[in-house]
Design a protein around this ligand. Structure first.
Ligand SMILES: NC(=O)c1ccc[n+]([C@@H]2O[C@H](COP(=O)([O-])OP(=O)(O)OC[C@H]3O[C@@H](n4cnc5c(N)ncnc54)[C@H](O)[C@@H]3O)[C@@H](O)[C@H]2O)c1
Ligand SMILES: [Zn+2]
Length: 396
């Protein structure tokens, strides 16, 4: 008998599989010193007897701050020539947000990967700030549908936050991180020697993400930041080292245990203070950097948490005090910028934040120091009061 629409049984089968991701996150110093095993062990961990091809992209900002780096990397590869091969030479790429804004960056990287005949068993290695890692990580994730990728984050922000995550992105149509992928790397190597050469402004900017993750996850870490703010403000190396490790561990814990590593839901639990930060970066044409904008976003959303009764009074002043002691500038006139319709331009950041994930607006606020809480709406009038407060208190 022929199936008729009324008696047809649909043949639906359920496909199901899961994957475990496992990769080393090393904290070391002088990773390209010949005796340092972090990189060689990461490269050879799957096929110890093979010789591995690597394309190495290095942030130009890092190369100019560390002029002997290319020779140092060359020496490392020469010393381990039986196991690893650098294809081409060290490949300089302009770092900073410009590399995510420039629509030529990713196509150029793909051309290079193609010329170097990188295949899915070869490696791309990126040495640089979060922006460079995002761009090279994205190109690596889409080339041949994904080649093995090793990150060497070189800023406080990238070592403690973005570099230990599982995503990448570049900016498009003026929208930050509009295209990108979730692509866990093959390995992450955090080398403290890169932090030593980082300009003070960049060292400070990265601390904002540590304050952020302490506020939403770990009151003890927040207490440690308060107790050591003076040493951190003068960039004491052992203190920065500890800040990076604790921050990285908290970010990694969220990805490992949070139940949504590829952010399929509507929440962005690690993005406290970020809805306004991303907008402020855009409003200032990235004159205010990501970390600096996050410090301002943290202050605004902490105040919002207090004004809406979620967080005890006085905790906003406490957070502001720490950010100031760390040396952050907590005001920018463009926070008051109005669109043609007269609306606060910053508020557009809420819509963009929601659009990025889809679903319901989900913003993380604070229920306590060390405890984030999700809300699904923000009152524009209260946001406006927070801006007033920040202008007064932030400039005081
Ligand atoms: N993928 C993610 O999950 C994620 C998460 C958070 C942030 N990010 C992204 O990270 C980017 C910010 O990264 P960032 O704060 O590391 O800054 P950055 O990559 O923009 O680098 C800032 C500047 O420092 C230079 N530089 C980098 N390392 C240096 C060093 N050791 N010595 C001297 N100069 C150095 C760079 O050339 C650049 O000019 C943003 O684009 C942000 O969106 C990504
Ligand atoms: Zn951030």
């Amino acid at each position: 008998m022929l199936d008729t629409p009324s008696n047809r049984v649909e043949d639906i089968r359920l496909q199901s599989f899961s994957l475990t991701y496992e990769f080393p996150v090393a904290f070391t110093r002088d990773a390209f010193g010949i005796g340092n095993r972090c990189l060689i062990d990461a490269l050879t961990r799957r096929e110890p007897d093979k010789r591995h091809k690597c394309a190495i992209f290095v942030d130009k900002g890092v190369l100019s701050a560390m002029p002997d780096l290319a020779a140092h990397i060359g020496g490392y590869f020469a010393a381990h020539a039986d196991k690893i091969e650098m294809v081409g030479s060290v490949l300089p790429v302009a770092g900073g947000e410009i590399c995510k804004n420039n629509s030529e960056t990713v196509p150029n990287l793909l051309v290079t990967l193609s010329k170097l005949a990188i295949d899915r068993h070869s490696y791309t290695i990126a040495v640089g700030g979060g922006a460079l890692l995002d761009a090279v990580g994205y190109a690596s994730a889409i080339f041949h549908r994904g080649v093995r990728h090793i990150r060497f984050p070189t800023t406080v922000l990238a070592q403690g936050d973005s570099g230990v995550g599982v995503k990448n992105a570049v900016n498009l149509f003026g929208v930050k991180n509009l295209i990108g992928t979730f692509a866990p790397p093959w390995a992450i190597i955090n080398d403290s020697a890169f932090i030593g050469i980082l300009p003070p402004r960049e060292k400070r900017a990265g601390m904002a993400e540590a304050v952020k993750v302490a506020l939403i996850r770990d009151s003890n870490f927040f207490g440690w930041l308060e107790n050591n703010a003076d040493a951190l403000a003068t960039f004491s190396a052992p203190h920065l080292d500890r800040l990076i490790k604790d921050s990285a561990e908290l970010h990694m814990g969220q990805i490992r245990l949070g139940g949504d590593p590829f952010e399929a839901g509507s929440a962005r639990p690690l993005d406290f203070g970020h809805w306004s930060a991303h907008k402020l970066e855009q409003l200032t044409d990235h004159e205010v950097s990501h970390g600096e904008a996050v410090a301002i976003g943290i202050a605004l959303d902490t105040r919002y948490s207090v004004l809406t009764g979620l967080l005890a009074k006085g905790e906003d002043d406490r957070v502001l005090r720490l950010l100031k002691r760390l040396g952050f500038v907590l005001w920018d006139d463009r926070l008051r910028h109005r669109s043609a319709s007269g609306e606060l331009a910053l508020l557009q950041g809420l819509a963009e934040f929601r659009e990025h994930l889809g679903g319901e607006l989900t913003v993380t606020l604070l229920a306590d120091v060390g405890r984030g809480v999700e809300v699904h709406e923000m009152d524009p009038a209260v946001v406006s009061q927070c801006i007033d407060w920040l202008e007064q208190a932030g400039l005081a």
